[in-house]
Ligand binder design. Structure first.
Ligand code: ADP
Ligand code: MG
Length: 227
């Protein structure tokens, strides 16, 4: 109980700090990006071109870290309201379709009608996007990601199941900790952000995974009636 409280206090401080830093860093980053692009377009020297391309790649990585953080820590900009889960899952799926297909995977969505939860739609979408990205990154080309949504008692259940590399017990235990990543270029912030978003919606995330077989994330959220 006590350690839970301390953890959430720590996360709060971390979030505040992140918000300030992220806002301050974004503008100079954009300016730097622009100048480097300009230099690259003018450069005729192959070594310079390589260096400038590497610099741009690193800048893009920095931007990814910041955008993961910003979502988590930015002040709430839209009101919580009754959200149509099926509609929003389909919105996210069509937004991510090109990304999934370009990696050689298929995404199948099956959602019941008349599922409603209290949510900020954009924030909820952000949480789903992190799960989808991770699934895409976990699968070999030809993978299949199934997203299902249904009602169980007074809960809305959303499941994301992939047939990717899967995780060990130890990996599962560390999920959601900031900066935990097994990827060479990972930020280890995606799931922390998603977990915080779902927690803020009074929901819960559980994981089932098997090495070499795949992973299923199950999100449960309190169901609300349409208003
Ligand atoms: P990142 O994607 O930057 O590594 P995340 O917080 O999104 O950070 O994920 C943390 C880690 O959790 C990943 O590095 C990966 O090891 C593991 N992971 C998350 N989702 C999956 C998945 N669907 N299949 C296998 N491993 C996963
Ligand atoms: Mg990720």
């Amino acid at each position: 109980m006590r350690s839970e409280l301390q953890r959430s206090e720590k996360m709060h401080v971390l979030g505040q700090l992140a918000a300030t830093i992220a806002h301050e860093i974004r503008n100079p980053l954009t300016v730097t990006h622009g100048f480097i692009q300009l230099l690259r377009s003018r450069s005729k020297n192959e070594t310079d071109l390589n260096y400038l391309t590497m610099a741009l790649e690193e800048l893009r990585r920095t931007e990814t870290i910041i955008s993961d953080y910003l979502t988590y820590s930015k002040p709430h900009t839209e009101p919580m309201g009754s959200m149509n889960v099926k509609e929003q899952i389909h919105n996210v799926a069509s937004m991510m379709e090109a990304y999934v297909v370009s990696h050689g995977h298929a995404m199948v969505v099956q959602a019941e009608d008349a599922l409603y939860v209290l949510a900020e739609p954009k924030t909820f979408a952000q949480a789903l996007i992190h799960f989808i990205k991770n699934a895409v990154e976990a699968m070999n080309p030809g993978g299949r990601l199934a997203i299902t949504a249904y009602k169980h008692k007074d809960q809305v259940v959303i499941q994301l199941e992939d047939n990717g590399c899967g995780m060990s017990e130890e990996q599962i235990r560390r999920l959601g900790n900031p900066f935990y990543s097994t990827k060479e270029r990972g930020t280890g912030l995606g799931l922390m952000v998603s977990y915080r978003i779902i927690e803020a919606m009074r929901g819960n995330v559980s994981v089932r995974s098997e090495i070499g077989k795949g992973t299923a994330f199950t999100i449960t959220l309190p169901s609300t009636s349409y208003e």
